[in-house]
Design a protein around this ligand. Structure first.
Ligand code: SF4
Ligand code: SF4
Length: 115
């Protein structure tokens, strides 16, 4: 597998409620996220299906032993997904990402790593 830690981790797509402004849904002017993969949360917010309560994988997350975790709508993902990265904008490590990578490693050691 490549050195991209996200392919072996995938944890931020399985941990948070991934919510965003509903205008990011495809068909809403500049929106891109496929509507059928979203759940309405409030008047102005939607979230990725599967992540409504947190602690469950996003419906768009895929896993194969060969490629690891991948986002099946990568080019169409929301700004929320785009803003959570291994590094912060200033190049420093994202502490929340590091914590999640640790959780992913622990789950893997317990044989719970792959969905
Ligand atoms: S928690 Fe970090 S390493 Fe894991 S998938 Fe998300 S951004 Fe990538
Ligand atoms: S849309 Fe893609 S990047 Fe965003 S939470 Fe789902 S799988 Fe992860």
């Amino acid at each position: 597998m490549t050195s991209n830690p996200c392919f072996e981790c995938g944890m931020c797509c399985q941990y948070f409620r991934v919510s965003f402004y509903h205008g990011e849904i495809a068909g809403n002017r500049t929106g891109t996220v496929p509507e059928e993969l979203t759940t309405r949360v409030s008047t102005h917010l939607a979230c990725m299906k599967g992540t409504e309560k947190g602690g469950e994988p996003c419906v768009a997350l895929r896993y194969t032993p060969e490629e690891g975790y991948r986002c099946s709508i990568y080019e169409k993902r929301s700004s929320t997904c785009r803003s959570f990265n291994v590094l912060n904008d200033d190049g420093t490590p994202n502490q929340d990402c590091q914590k999640l990578q640790l959780i992913a490693k622990q789950k893997k050691q317990q044989g719970l790593g792959c969905k």
